[in-house]
Each structure stands twice: as C-alpha cells, then as structure tokens.
Design a protein around this ligand. Structure first.
Ligand SMILES: [Zn+2]
Length: 179
C-alpha cells in the first residue's frame, strides 16, 4: 500500500478498529511519517457460481434465499431463521475468498445447515439440488437423515396395532405428506 503523501510502499499500523463490515486501520508511513487511514472490507462482488451446465453466473443471494424459502414453505420455521440461514451461507462463501464456486457445493452447504432445522425442508431441498433420479436415492437420504430414529409410518390398515401416541405420530406425518 503506497503512502498518499510520498508514495513509499511500507507503513506501520498505529491503530486497528472493527467497523460494521470490515476493519479500519490508522497507518504511518515508514519513510515520511505521514499518517493515513485504510479500510479493509469484505469483498461483496465478483463471486461467481458455476452451474451444472458450466455456465458462470454472478452469485445472487436473493436466488439462494428463494430456493431455501421454497423448501421451507408451510413449515413451522420463522422467516428470520430462514433469512439467517441464507446470510450465514453468504458470509461463509465470501469468507472462503474464492472467485468461483460450483452450485452443488453451495447446495451441500445449505443442506448441511438445514439438516438440523427441519427434516421435511431438508428433503425438499435435497430433492431439487441432488435431483434424485429415483425413489431409492430419495429413500437413502431419508434413511440417513432419520438415522433409524424416525420410524416409517405404517400403512393405515395397520394403525389399530399402534398405541395411542403412535397414532398421533403417524397422523402428523400423513398430514405433512399431504402438504
Ligand atoms: Zn510517506
């Protein structure tokens, strides 16, 4: 960084302070002792996503947010939580400092963050991003997610065999399916 007074390219930092989106530094030139201020900010432009067909497109957070919102449609998750999810992903992307990132990696990041928020939204999102070719792949994902804890709902003909609370759980699940 060149001194604005004499053009010398080395300086020492006198003071460093966090500001909203970066760091403000007070510097002193090592040659002329002149003082000046520099701002270090997170680069918020120039991040490109590489789509599956290899097209490059400028990263657009609103598109990301829309995709996430769709997955959470009618799910009991507050919109500020959904917005924070998109904010976190965006911040993460810029933190990595890359200029290009494949969409599938962004999809993976979203899924990783969604996993613990809402399983239905997660599966919806996964089915779009991973483009499950068949029901077997989808079931694998559901099985991984459930980790053997969530029981598969029994067909309604078998409902009377379940205890009362079992009925409730199955009923809730079938309602979710109808949405
Ligand atoms: Zn200078």
């Amino acid at each position: 960084m060149q001194c604005p007074h004499c053009g010398y390219n080395d300086s020492k930092v006198l003071d460093s302070r966090d500001i909203a989106d970066g760091v403000r530094r007070r510097r002193q030139c090592l040659s002329c002792n002149g003082r000046f201020t520099t701002y270090e900010r997170i680069q918020k432009s120039g991040l490109y996503v590489i789509k599956k067909d290899k097209r490059r497109e400028l990263f657009d957070k609103s598109k990301l947010l829309n995709g996430i919102r769709k997955a959470f449609e009618k799910r009991p998750v507050a919109s500020r939580v959904i917005e924070k999810l998109a904010d976190d992903i965006e911040a993460d992307l810029y933190r990595q400092g890359k200029q290009e990132i494949p969409t599938y990696l962004i999809g993976d990041m979203v899924m990783e963050n969604m996993k613990n928020l809402d399983h239905i939204a997660y599966i919806r999102f996964a089915s779009v991003y991973r483009e499950f070719a068949d029901i077997t792949r989808l079931k694998q994902e559901v099985d991984n997610l459930a980790g053997g804890i969530v029981k598969i709902a029994l067909p309604s003909a078998q409902l009377p065999l379940l205890p009362d609370n079992g009925l409730e759980i199955v009923d809730k699940k079938s309602k979710e399916k109808r949405k």
